[in-house]
Structure formats: C-alpha cells, structure tokens
Design a protein around this ligand. Sequence first.
Ligand SMILES: Nc1nc2c(c(=O)[nH]1)N(C=O)[C@@H](CNc1ccc(C(=O)N[C@@H](CCC(=O)O)C(=O)O)cc1)CN2
Ligand SMILES: Nc1ncnc2c1ncn2[C@@H]1O[C@H](COP(=O)(O)OP(=O)(O)OP(=O)(O)O)[C@@H](O)[C@H]1O
Length: 193
Amino acid sequence: MIRQRRNALSPVAQQQAAQGLALQFTQHLALFDTPQTDKLAMQHVAIYLTHEGEIDTAPLIAALQAAGKTLYLPVLHPFAPGFLIFQRYEPNTPMRQNRFGIAEPMLNCHEIKPVAELDSIFTPLVAFDLQGQRLGMGGGFYDRTLAQLPANHRCAIIGLAHDCQLVDTVPNEPWDHPLSAILTPSRLYTFKR
Ligand SMILES: Nc1nc2c(c(=O)[nH]1)N(C=O)[C@@H](CNc1ccc(C(=O)N[C@@H](CCC(=O)O)C(=O)O)cc1)CN2
Ligand SMILES: Nc1ncnc2c1ncn2[C@@H]1O[C@H](COP(=O)(O)OP(=O)(O)OP(=O)(O)O)[C@@H](O)[C@H]1O
C-alpha cells in the first residue's frame, strides 16, 4: 500500500520532494557536522541510488558532495547472499546494474569500506514510524549488514523517505535495526538510542 502511495506521486511532486530532502539535509548540516555534540557527525557516508518510487537521492548526493563528504554505495555481496558491501562512489566510478536493476559500482576490492568504518549510513525504506523503526523491501539486506556493526558503534543510521511513508507502527522483528534518524522533505526526526 505504501509502495503504491509512493508510486502515485506526480513527477513534479517527486522532484519537489527530492529538492526538499536535500534542503533539509543542508539546513541540518551543522548537526550532522559537529562531532562533539552529536552522534550524526559524518565524513564517510553510505548513500544509495533511487529505485522504483523511492525519494530521489540525486539532489542529496549533490549536497553531500558539495559538503565534501566521502561517499559509498551498496553493492550486493557476490558470495554472501543477503549482505551488502559498501564501495567508494565518485563521479567517474565504473557502474553496472545489479539483479534488481539498480546501478551499483563494479566490484573493486581496493574501494571497499568496512561497515564499521562508516560514520553514517543513509538507508532506503518502504515505511517508517515515530519509534524510528523501518520496513524495507523485505530482503533483509540492511538488517543483515548492520548486524555486523560492533555493539558500541558510533555509526548514524539515517532513513530517507517521503512524508507519505509514515505509518502508525511498523511491524517489529527481533532482527530489525532501529534508526538514529529519519530525514524527509519536511523534517529531520531524531531518536535516542
Ligand atoms: N535504492 C535501493 N537500493 C537498494 C535497496 C533498496 O531498497 N533501495 N536495498 C535494500 O535492501 C538493497 C537491494 N534490495 C532490494 C530488494 C528488493 C527489490 C525489489 O524490487 N524487489 C521486487 C521483487 C524483485 C525480485 O524478487 O526479483 C519487489 O519487491 O517488487 C529491490 C532491491 C540494496 N540496494
Ligand atoms: N541479522 C540477520 N541475520 C540473519 N537473517 C536476517 C537478519 N536480518 C534479517 N534477516 C532475514 O531477512 C529477512 C527479511 O527481513 P525484513 O523483512 O526485516 O527485511 P527489510 O528490512 O524489509 O529489507 P531491507 O533491509 O533489505 O530493506 C527476514 O526473513 C530475516 O529472516
């Protein structure tokens, strides 16, 4: 239902949402950038390329690049099914399509970033609630990959969504990884962890 709602957004609404998302990020840049006062401080940042009706991350990626962040994209793990690898993403990175039709960097072991060394990970999601729980596409890719973080990790997990993806409660499973924050075109929700 939420995927249909998301797909029903007009191209203009999609474009405005994407610009709004980047603007929200820029407005909260000080929060994202101040290591002493917060847990969202970031230099090494995993982002993702948009699939289906997901909010378009292109303007946010431009804002992250303008802010001097080092970016990584998820690559479907070639040997460990259900896991993601994060690999450096630059304007000239050679890309290929994965089996879902999403562009990903061509695997290059010199460009891989261990998940525990990332400062923040922006995650896609289908639905979110105000407890900071996310529902994904059902592959468990992010949950499995985030489960590799050590218990005392300082990595901020930030969901990205259209405002229309907010629901009362997301069904909660024991393996679900709670989010540090959720950024939408209208606001930043933060959660105490
Ligand atoms: N943009 C984006 N990238 C991402 C994710 C995501 O949700 N969004 N993922 C987050 O985990 C991983 C890929 N996981 C995905 C899981 C399912 C489908 C999908 O379209 N499933 C179809 C069924 C296709 C099939 O089974 O062959 C569907 O549900 O309609 C796409 C990506 C890594 N990269
Ligand atoms: N840490 C984990 N270890 C092993 N299996 C896991 C783990 N996390 C999730 N799974 C498996 O992945 C499956 C899908 O999980 P779930 O429906 O929560 O995915 P999702 O969060 O919607 O997807 P995604 O993270 O890819 O966006 C579940 O059936 C679960 O068994």
